[in-house]
Design a protein around this ligand. Structure first.
Ligand code: NAG
Ligand code: NAG
Length: 165
């Protein structure tokens, strides 16, 4: 699996450490990534215990505080005026063609399509490495809004893996 070629300094500075930690530190088993706006106040081992070990999961990502639906987040992003509407529309049209639909409880066990992306706690094993690589490739290919590409990367990996849930 090739991790996409990084486009621009921004991607390298922010997204490589966020999504490709397993490439920077191949021998590390667990990692905890937190956004600059947060401050770590707990023992990191306690966080691994709470979010991974106790639940027997491999990767934990914070959910968006308000939106669960990518299409809603897109509208919020557009009204926020932070980005160019056309580039957001292109990205989202592409995902719709790939099958993106509104979030609903029918998607359960999935509890949200929109991450907040400020906390990522993971065990570095092939499946989580592959997922963050796919996510990184998606960001590299489209735009730096990793919240919008998260569910596309997740669908890709779900279509290739059999889940026992
Ligand atoms: C972008 O879209 C939003 C919401 O759809 C709209 O409120 C805003 O005026 C648009 N911005 C531009 C520059 O067209
Ligand atoms: C828009 O997108 C950015 C990046 O994905 C995100 O940080 C921001 O919270 C989003 N929402 C709004 C309302 O702008």
């Amino acid at each position: 699996m090739r991790c996409g070629s990084a486009r621009g300094q921004l991607l390298l500075l922010f997204l490589v450490p966020k999504l490709l930690l397993h490439r920077l530190f191949p021998d590390v088993r667990y990692s905890l990534w937190i956004d600059g706006k947060l401050k770590l106040v707990k023992d990191p081992y306690q966080l691994l215990e709470i979010f991974l070990w106790r639940k027997n999961v491999r990767l934990a990502i914070s959910r968006h505080y308000r939106h669960f639906d990518v299409l809603e987040e897109v509208e919020a992003n557009k009204s926020g005026g932070k980005y160019d509407n056309a580039s957001i529309d292109n990205q989202i049209e592409f995902y719709k063609r790939e099958g993106l639909i509104h979030y609903s409880s029918a998607k359960f066990l999935i509890t949200s399509d929109v991450p907040e992306g400020c906390v990522i706690i993971g065990e570095h094993i092939p499946i989580t490495n592959l997922f963050t690589c796919l996510w990184f490739n998606e960001v590299d290919r489209s735009t730096s809004r990793d919240q919008l590409s998260f569910s596309a990367a997740r669908s890709k990996i779900r279509s290739r893996v059999l889940f026992d849930n």
